[in-house]
Design a protein around this ligand. Sequence first.
Ligand SMILES: *Cc1c(COP(=O)(O)O)cnc(C)c1O
Length: 388
Amino acid sequence: MKIPMLNLTAQNLPIEAELKEAFANILHSGRFILGPEVDQFEEKIAAMAGAKHAIGVSSGTDALLLALMTLEIGPGDEVLCPAFTFFATAGSIARLGARPVFVDSLEETFNIDPADAVKKITDRTRAIIPVHLYGEMADMKALREIAKRHDLALIEDAAQALGASSEKFEGKAGAIGDFGAFSFFPSKNLGCLGDGGLLITSDEELANRARILRVHGMEPKYFHPYVGANFRMDPLQAAFLRVKLPHYENYTEKRRKNAEFYLERLAELPGVFSDPETAPEKNAVLLPKSNPGHIWNQFTLRIRGDRPTSERRDEFRNFLSGRGIGNEIYYPKPLHTQECFSETGQSEESLPQAEALARESISIPVFPELSDSQKEKVVEVISEFLRK
Ligand SMILES: *Cc1c(COP(=O)(O)O)cnc(C)c1O
């Protein structure tokens, strides 16, 4: 039995007729750029995400870029972001000529460490971009206080966290900061049939400016108060997303069930620990922390060997792959050590948690359509590895 990391066909086939109808409607409308389909999607998703304004854009990366451009962040500015995240978080900062300043992570949640963020604030710092990695929220309570105290903008990279919340503070992912950026890349919890993204905010002035920047900074037609770009969402993708939206809660529920299954069954295995605080520093498998607001875009284990290398994790990975179990490493190289950021001078700096997470993390299939027997099989193969 081969088990993939994701099965988009299994998700899309049950709604095939509706997706085809959505396509036919767009085809017959002749309206292929923005328009009512995008407007209606924005309205629906703003309500769902808990913000006043939603701006449909071309990708999650462009949502981040658009947020930074709306805040007029550019050369000479510094923006704090975690080193342990997908490249786009930092790439969008660098593309505007600003400097990404990399912050270490918390081992318990894989998310940005607010205490380390404070240490990295200078008089050039303009914003913080926390990432709600794997669908688990960063500590927005602490980050909001820091942003307020130092007069920094707060842009949530919620690409992996649509609908996530936390019992520790009010508000949903993306709706707490000045902006929230989402992605509808097919592997996210709500995926379109191509690229797509969204920016949310409850600040009307920011929303208006972002909308203008989405179309080349143009307002009115062919008059340009700003330099923007083409960040538009396709109405075709908006139409597909509108078909999928009513199923979203159900998808999330299934992901949560799958995660609960793993948490329960894997905790019974020898050498597996639920609490990173009490787990040994060596030769241990760590389970991710459970939290009712987690939306489990990824279910990520940490595999520690008897030395601080990725050897044991890589062995684990080969074992899973050899037995047909899909897996992925999100992310093997922390961003402060990436070649393209060598001029930031941070590659020599030590971010010990981010580096450990990059060595030890591995994600296993948690997608909604995973069957009971597939989940059993994943646990069985992991159990076999641990008994080896
Ligand atoms: C996917 C992702 C993005 C980028 O989204 P795209 O739609 O692929 O451009 C940004 N940040 C994080 C954390 C992501 O996971």
